[in-house]
Design a protein around this ligand. Structure first.
Ligand SMILES: CC(C)(COP(=O)(O)OP(=O)(O)OC[C@H]1O[C@@H](n2cnc3c(N)ncnc32)[C@H](O)[C@@H]1OP(=O)(O)O)[C@@H](O)C(=O)NCCC(=O)NCCS
Length: 233
């Protein structure tokens, strides 16, 4: 397991090449989690589910199963709030103390999977212009910039849904700024803000600006863009 910081938010990251044996998983997971994870037909989903719960168990030290509501949102143990992401067997988990944080959302996306034709479902005209400008300024492809926006909006949803239980979609938030804060030959890190265009939770009415972070990551020959945001108490 490695820790990747996305701004100040630590993402505990497990690559599929890290071997966690079945006896270890069986020992560390609750019976419920083992049974649920084992029931997935697709091997990748099974591994992602079991290995994300393995990370959570190691990080929290609790023996409780991580419950999920009818929409798939996790219900975190009392002292924690958290978020899970997986992509092609890679697993990321963030846990923050609930004393200080209401909620957190993280997401991992592979920029090589992004297609320009997705833009119309994800962005308005002003966002397209912002992404084009960002791409030209920093020598990124438009698709890579679009991946940051996509991942951030997924993370936004993961952070807000558990608080408001309200479904909302990509055009219900608009990215207003995208800036690079660090660049070297391995990684680009930056900040992103979006305006919510709906009342997503009782305390985040339409018009609320939410800020988060992104970082590029290369691991075992794969590239990802991680995004994260946390909502303070
Ligand atoms: C739920 C959703 C955000 C998951 O994202 P994804 O990129 O497909 O998948 P990821 O691997 O990154 O995340 C999966 C994890 O998200 C979490 N999750 C699922 N539903 C969730 C919800 N309603 N609220 C919060 N977290 C949720 C779960 O922990 C899940 O992992 P698990 O099943 O192992 O517990 C996505 O499928 C979705 O429905 N998006 C549409 C809504 C949206 O993004 N709107 C944009 C608003 S601007």
């Amino acid at each position: 397991m490695t820790v990747i910081y996305c701004g100040p938010i630590p993402i505990h990251w497990l690559a599929p090449t890290v071997n966690v044996t079945e006896p270890v998983l069986r020992y560390i997971l609750s019976e419920d989690e083992w049974t649920k994870g084992s029931s997935f037909k697709a091997q990748r989903r099974r591994d992602e589910f079991l290995r994300s719960r393995y990370l959570i168990r190691r990080l929290t030290g609790t023996t409780e199963s991580l419950r999920q509501d009818d929409h798939g949102a996790p219900t975190w143990p009392d002292q924690w709030t958290g978020s899970i992401t997986h992509k092609d067997g890679f697993v990321g988990v963030t846990l923050l103390p609930s004393e200080q944080w209401l909620s957190v959302g993280i997401d991992a996306e592979d920029p090589t999977r992004m297609r320009p034709e997705f833009a119309s479902r994800l962005t308005n005209a002003a966002e397209v212009a912002l992404l084009q400008m960002f791409a030209v300024t920093h020598g990124w492809t438009f698709n890579a910039a679009l991946t940051v926006l996509f991942g951030f909006k997924e993370a936004l949803f993961k952070a807000h849904f558990p608080l408001g239980k309200r479904h909302f979609y990509f055009l219900d938030a608009a990215v207003e700024s995208l800036t690079v804060t660090h660049i070297d030959n391995m990684t680009t890190r930056g900040q992103i803000t979006a305006r919510l265009l709906i009342d997503s939770t009782p305390t985040t009415p339409s018009g609320t600006i939410v800020s988060g972070h992104f970082t590029s990551v290369t691991d075992t020959g794969r590239s990802f863009i991680l995004t994260a945001l946390a909502l303070p108490r």
